[in-house]
Write a protein that binds this ligand. Structure first.
Ligand code: FAD
Ligand code: FES
Length: 266
């Protein structure tokens, strides 16, 4: 453990974590459990950054917290091999030491779920953060999840916490199409929406929530450099004036990644 920094009540630390389990759960999708003190304060919807060991890859890679085991001090990360950094992560072995920075970002407003029907809408690699959110939710949970094909990672995990509706791009399972098609086909209703996934999906959900007058929180993704709010590399437009940059911008890494859908322009 080395640096610690307190921002908005969040203690961020760069520390050494130990790989406790790593397996491929679908082609190119890896499930990595790491033992870390950060598990104690981690919240659903937050993320950590992993520093690749290869020094030619300078920047840490942000990965959402999928599940938290506070008793065993472990965090679960589920990621897709995208490029050089995540390819390196996929080779990590049990017992290996890795360098991580966390816990980053704000997380989902779990307190709002009490007594509500919460709809977790996610696509692809946006699905992992919904798992801990569903575990912590204090009401009924329905998942609507979109995959490319029949490789339905995390499905059995989600079924433990709610009803699951599936959409696949190739039509091999569930609704043929995207999550919005599955919502229509199954006439799904809710009081509250939590969502994470590709930008076109988040735009459609923002519009749906507005039309149906449902409170919605979207987890945004953007290429990140520092990951802690210092470089302004991850801004998006917002209704509020940012106290750091003094313009209608917000930093996804530090002020998000979860935003009230009515506050962000996407
Ligand atoms: C808040 C947040 C949470 C995320 N959670 C997950 C997750 O749970 N599972 C998962 O598979 N992926 C997640 N991602 C995407 C993940 O960070 C990228 O896939 C990863 O950084 C790619 O790194 P690479 O070296 O393999 O790819 P490269 O393409 O070689 O990366 C080159 C550079 O671009 C950045 N980059 C590339 N793609 C992205 C991206 N989509 N988002 C942010 N930076 C990117 C990398 O960090 C690196 O600095 C998340 C991204 C953000 C911002
Ligand atoms: S990545 Fe630097 S401010 Fe967000």
């Amino acid at each position: 453990m080395s640096q610690a920094e307190e921002t908005k009540g969040n203690l961020k630390k760069k520390e050494t974590a130990i790989v406790s389990l790593q397996r491929e759960i679908a082609p190119g999708i890896f499930d990595l459990w790491v033992k870390t003190d950060l598990a104690g304060n981690a919240k659903a919807g937050q993320f950590i950054s992993i520093y690749p060991k290869d020094k030619s890859t300078l920047l840490p890679r942000p990965i959402s917290i999928c599940e938290i085991d506070r008793m065993k001090q472990r965090i679960r990360l589920v990621y897709r091999v995208q490029g050089v950094g995540t390819m390196e992560f996929s080779r990590y072995q049990q017992g290996e030491e890795i360098s991580i920075l966390g816990n980053l970002g704000n997380g989902f407003p779990i307190d709002k779920t009490k007594g509500k029907k919460t709809l977790m809408i996610a696509g692809g690699i946006g699905i992992p953060p919904m798992l801990q959110a569903a575990k912590d939710t204090q009401g009924e949970v329905t998942f609507v999840v979109g995959y490319r094909d029949q490789n339905l990672f995390l499905l059995e995990d989600m079924k433990k916490y709610g009803t699951v509706f599936i959409a696949t791009e190739d039509g091999s399972v569930g609704t043929h199409g995207n999550v919005m098609d599955a919502m229509k086909e199954n006439e799904i209703k809710a009081d509250l929406i939590f969502s994470c996934g590709p930008l076109p999906m988040l735009k459609a959900i923002k519009q749906f929530a507005q039309e149906e007058e449902i409170e919605a929180y979207l987890s945004l993704e953007e290429k990140m450099a520092c990951g802690v709010g210092a470089c302004l590399g991850c801004v998006c437009k917002t209704k509020k004036v940012d106290h750091h940059s003094h313009v209608h911008n917000t930093r996804i890494c530090a002020d998000g990644p979860v935003f009230d859908a009515t506050e962000v322009e996407i």
